[in-house]
Design a protein. Structure first.
Length: 311
């Protein structure tokens, strides 16, 4: 490719910090022992996934953030990557410090719980003082519905600063995670998205099983974008044949190439940047007949435009 790519969906592991993906009341309802038992029973699923892709076992997170940052810089140099966008990384303040180490290479998003006290003010500080460029939310597992009126001040802050908001819908946490929740479907945000047209809402993983709803939502809401990140193994669970290429084709036909955004969901080492996802997705786009400029939009320009970083 004759341009550098941008990975719009990466996580920066910080030792001792973990994003909570399972709501506490889920554990309270079933008990921590049963919850851990479910995770253990489903361990074979992650092992099978790593075997299928040829991924190594993750190594422990490094003690020093600076050492992890250097590993990511090395990955960028090896793989012709212009920027990496870290959606999470030890909390807003910590991630702010990480991206400031390499301001021309790293971009960070705020990633605090939208329902915590003073969440709008925390978001504004992250954008105006800490230098973060977007906002990441895990929808399933929150202590309230995303269309709750109490979140309106939060959406207003995001719209004021014209930042993208990336929200994970669909199954959360893989096998043993959450498959049923009042925020499982992106359609919960229908009215919010329509009432805030200046917020770009990015839905990752092609909707993670909520494909029909996401296609409908994106069709009626021009400020809805889709990201391509992850192995998208959820396609195997669908009651009909579906591949990542099918998803590219369907979203390309529905919303065009300017609202599709490349990402990998890279997170841990020694795997690093998941080039296998990148290679497969480029191949899909080429074989679907997309033009060179359209491919460049998907793998670089679309997200840079949303972040006002196009040179």
């Amino acid at each position: 490719m004759n341009f550098k790519i941008v990975d719009s969906h990466v996580h920066f592991d910080v030792k001792g910090y973990e994003i909570t993906t399972i709501r506490e009341d889920y554990i309270e309802k079933y008990g921590e022992e049963k919850y851990k038992r479910i995770q253990q029973m489903n361990k074979y699923q992650s092992e099978k996934w790593r075997e299928a892709w040829g991924f190594p076992e993750p190594l422990p997170t490094l003690d020093k953030i600076e050492d992890t940052a250097k590993l990511w810089i090395d990955e960028m140099e090896k793989n012709n990557i212009e920027k990496m966008i870290f959606l999470t990384g030890g909390g807003n303040e910590t991630l702010s410090g990480i991206v400031k180490q390499y301001p021309d290479k790293f971009v960070g998003y705020a990633h605090h719980n939208p329902f915590i006290k003073n969440s709008p003010e925390i978001l504004e500080r992250a954008i105006t003082e800490e230098g973060l460029k977007g906002y990441k939310i895990l929808a399933p597992g929150l202590h309230g519905k995303l269309d709750d009126e109490s979140l309106e001040p939060l959406w207003n802050k995001a719209e004021k600063h014209r930042i993208p908001i990336l929200i994970h819908f669909g199954i959360l946490g893989g096998a043993g995670g959450i498959a049923n929740d009042y925020n499982i479907n992106p359609m919960v945000l229908h009215d919010v998205i329509r009432s805030h047209p200046d917020i770009p809402f990015i839905i990752p993983h092609f909707g993670c099983g909520q494909t029909e709803s996401l296609l409908q939502l994106a069709w009626v809401c021009p400020n809805v974008y889709v990201d391509t990140s992850g192995s998208n193994q959820w396609t195997r669970w669908m009651p009909y044949n579906l591949t990542v290429r099918d998803l590219f084709k369907k979203f390309y036909e529905t919303i065009g190439p300017n609202r599709i955004i490349f990402g990998t969901d890279s997170q841990w080492f020694p795997r690093g940047f998941v080039k296998k996802y990148f290679d497969d997705q480029v191949k899909d786009c080429v074989e679907l007949g997309m033009g060179k400029d359209e491919i460049k939009n998907i793998f670089r320009d679309n997200i840079l435009n949303l972040l006002n970083l196009v040179k």
